[in-house]
Design a protein around this ligand. Structure first.
Ligand SMILES: [Fe+2]
Length: 138
């Protein structure tokens, strides 16, 4: 889906300088932007939950990659970072379960996803950058 709304667009300040991380974060932004479009356009629950399923799956893949990377980089606060990831996955997985009950997905949810991701990228994810930059090869 085209990112035609200005709700959530990638900004240069989101860049970490770690290429795979930035690419994966951009993909997460796209999922949330797509979800916004689908909700805005009043798409059916099936197509909305298809995006949520994709978002949950991709988020898990991204977190695995990131946790593996920061572990290899010797990031000292990895356990705390893993906990933050886990809590987010649990939260978005709970949205998936709403699917079975056919509960509507609201703008509040989409806003929550955006706020969480931006805060995480600009906050917690910033902390491991120096460690990854110091890795001999990546
Ligand atoms: Fe992270």
């Amino acid at each position: 889906m085209e990112n035609k709304h200005s709700f959530f667009k990638w900004k240069p300040e989101y860049n970490s300088g770690i290429k795979p991380i930035d690419e994966q974060h951009q993909k997460l932004v796209q999922y949330i932007a797509d979800l916004y479009c689908a909700v805005y356009e009043g798409n059916g629950a099936a197509s909305i939950y298809k995006i949520i399923d994709g978002l949950v799956e991709y988020t898990e893949t991204h977190f695995w990659f990131e946790e593996d990377l920061i572990e290899k980089a010797g990031y000292p606060d990895i356990e705390e970072h893993k906990k933050i990831h886990k809590a987010f996955v649990e939260k978005i997985s709970a949205f998936q379960q709403k699917s079975e009950k056919k509960l509507p997905i609201t703008f509040q949810l989409v806003q929550f996803l955006k706020d969480w991701l931006v805060d995480h990228i600009l906050g917690d994810d910033r902390k491991y950058i120096p460690y990854v930059e110091k890795m001999p090869k990546r």
